[in-house]
Design a protein. Sequence first.
Length: 235
Amino acid sequence: MLLEAERICVSYGKVSAIRDITIRVPEGKIVTIIGGNGAGKTTTLRALSGMVPLKSGEIRFLGKRIDGLSADKIVAHGIAHVPEGRRIFPNMTVEENLRTGAFLRRDHAAVEKDLADVFARFPRLKERRGQRAQTMSGGEQQMLAIGRALMSDPRVLLMDEPSMGLAPVIVEEIAQIIEEINARGLSVVLVEQNAELALELADMAYVLETGNMALEGPAHELHDNEHVRAAYLGL
Ligand code: ATP
């Protein structure tokens, strides 16, 4: 197993956000976490990338404990986070934003190669490499956030609501990018409110409800599940 969280609990002060959540991310697979507002999806991703401390439970990467490590060390292990709302640096150029993704790396030649790869994958980022990031559209900013995460040379990409606020045609484009990235061997943990999209893309799915794990299974099975259809697919 590439990445696994075992019975993790996270609280914000006295507020318990997630309880006893177990998630397994196999090498090369897309795993999705769906659920309503406030279900704990973002908190789960933040726990996986070391941005919030665990109250209890364990997180392992390739069998080794990583909970308790700093967020930097977790990035260095190969876990990259594409945060909710993109969080790009608005006043920096596109290229500067991308280079921040590689700030821990000392393999300079490989960084230049990865930058060339990101530009090949996202031609619009190449065209706009010298432009300030805030001048880009929402879809371009999402691509920039993904490109920046790829610059850390990750094994697994944690993506928080990549479709949020984007027009359907751009959402399609982002979905294709996720599939391409995965086809090149990267594992993906995809958090989405857009359950239809998420269940289409993913191999495995987890459903969170008010901080608890409600359901889990192969994505196509959850897609056909009565409760999931009624609660998340509007069917
Ligand atoms: P959304 O889709 O709305 O982002 P989510 O499923 O990602 O929801 P979380 O953001 O993880 O859910 O929130 C889980 C619970 O933790 C919610 O009850 C939320 O109010 C609470 N929470 C989240 N962040 C904080 C915080 N910084 N301080 C206090 N409570 C928080």
